[in-house]
Design a protein around this ligand. Structure first.
Ligand SMILES: [Zn+2]
Length: 221
């Protein structure tokens, strides 16, 4: 998986919300202005991989004698990488819902991704010959089982994050504030896609490969 760098103000390179490449960004200040209370400026960042742009604002004001400076992305609405091609429809719907809320609440996105993971496990249990040993009752047990079934152990670590953050997202304990760590949510999208590729796409490809073998090469005369 490519390193994910969340977009931030005047950062020279970040993961482009359009093309998903960790690309250099060319920044320019388009306008600076002020009202009696607020100084503001509008900035553009152009991706050097796909040449799409994002728009940003910075504004400053003083509050209780302290000066505040806020920077935020105005456009586009941040969203996740697209779902893997073979993602089952019901899971894809949750994935897209998570992507839609990602910009406003990474925590809500993580909670939805945990649900998507549970649905995916239950889908694999019912539809994949290889994954019959999944139980669909306890997400921890099933994650371990998925690793036994061939997912790399690195994925277990990552999935443990889904599990923990998912729990936190739902039960709002404060061990790890997901809203302060949008990279976590972004990673989870990638992991979900990875599981779909490993457990659905790859077996299908291998299957197709054998189906297209000439009869005699399978040992039949
Ligand atoms: Zn781009």
């Amino acid at each position: 998986m490519q390193k994910f760098v969340s977009p931030s103000f005047w950062q020279t390179a970040f993961t482009c919300p359009y093309c998903g490449v960790l690309a250099q960004m060319n920044w320019e200040c388009l306008y600076e202005g002020h009202t009696p209370d607020i100084n503001y400026s509008i900035h553009i960042a152009v991706c050097q991989a796909c040449f799409n742009y994002s728009l940003w604002q910075r504004y400053g004001f003083s509050q209780n004698g302290k000066s505040q400076l806020i920077t935020e992305i105005l456009y586009p609405k941040l969203s996740a990488i697209p779902p893997a091609e073979d993602m089952p429809e019901s899971i894809e719907a949750i994935y897209k819902e998570a992507s839609n809320v990602l910009g406003d609440s990474p925590r809500a996105a993580c909670a939805l991704l945990r649900l998507a993971l549970e649905e995916l496990i239950s889908y694999l249990k019912d539809n994949s010959e290889k994954c019959k040993s999944l139980k669909g009752k306890n997400i921890n047990e099933d994650i371990k089982e998925l690793v036994k079934l061939g997912l790399p152990t690195e994925v277990q670590k990552a999935l443990d994050i889904v599990r923990i953050t998912g729990n936190n997202a739902v039960h709002s304990t404060k061990e790890l504030d997901i809203n302060d760590n949008p990279e976590i949510a972004h990673k989870l999208f990638g992991i979900l896609n990875f599981i779909v590729q490993e457990m659905i796409t790859r077996p299908k490809e291998i299957d197709n490969c054998f189906k297209t073998m000439p009869e005699n090469s399978q040992g039949k005369r």
